[in-house]
Design a protein around this ligand. Structure first.
Ligand code: DX5
Ligand code: ZN
Length: 214
């Protein structure tokens, strides 16, 4: 079963509790939370205190995507804030193996993300430490961008790497995902689809989430 993790980057930030409830009612599996530091990416969003507040008002597992330069300094805060997944970027400045291990020791599922320009083989040495790989299909930083078509081949390659080394690891894709391209994304092997504008911009959120499952 394909899971859908709507990105609250496209929600109404003045009404996050209401929008999380709408996601629950519309059948979302997770809520994707984009954390940006204005350094790793050219945009700023929210931090652990907001994640903590959100975890108190939703049953949805929080899928926290850290687009920050030094995640090892903050994973403990996000773990105690109630994250289900904490995903760091392979391109960040922290020690990747140590940070992934730290996340798991905190009792949280560990994710590793790569940007569109990073070789997919670079994830190999870390795969045994991961519960999720997050493939970016746009340059991280902003919602509402166009899906990069070369992501389909990259997704298939990561699927094979996961299947041969750590089949329990889930494969998530993030950026420009919509009902128009979800079929090929699912065929290429994704387990979890992140979608911001396609869910929050839809006339009917439940229909959009249903359509994304393919
Ligand atoms: C981009 C974020 C995404 C983004 C997805 O840096 O990681 O999660 O919010 O938004 P859409 O689905 O609109 O591309
Ligand atoms: Zn994201």
């Amino acid at each position: 079963m394909i899971q859908v993790s709507p990105s609250i980057l496209s929600a109404d930030f003045a009404n996050l509790e209401r929008d999380l409830k709408r996601l629950e009612e519309a059948g979302a599996d997770l809520a994707h939370v984009d954390v940006m530091d204005g350094h790793f990416v050219p945009n700023l969003t929210i931090g652990a205190p907001v994640v903590k507040a959100l975890s108190k008002v939703t049953e949805l597992p929080l899928d926290v995507h850290l687009m920050i330069s030094e995640p090892h300094r903050y994973v403990e805060d996000f773990a105690s804030a109630g994250a289900e997944y904490i995903t760091i970027h392979l391109e960040c400045d922290s020690d990747i193996g140590e940070t992934l291990a730290m996340i798991r020791e905190l009792g949280v599922k560990a994710g590793l993300s790569i940007k569109p320009g990073t070789e997919v083989d670079a994830i190999c040495e870390y795969l045994p430490l991961c519960d999720m790989i997050l493939l970016m299909s746009v340059e991280p930083g902003f919602g509402g961008q166009k899906f990069m078509p070369e992501s389909i081949d990259r997704l298939s390659k990561i699927r094979s790497l996961i299947d041969s080394t750590n089949p329990a690891c889930l494969l998530e894709i993030d950026g420009g995902v919509s009902p128009a391209n979800c079929k090929e994304i699912i065929e290429a092997g994704a387990d979890i689809l992140v979608a911001g504008s396609a869910v929050f911009g839809a006339e009917n959120m439940a229909d959009a989430i249903c359509a994304l499952r393919g």
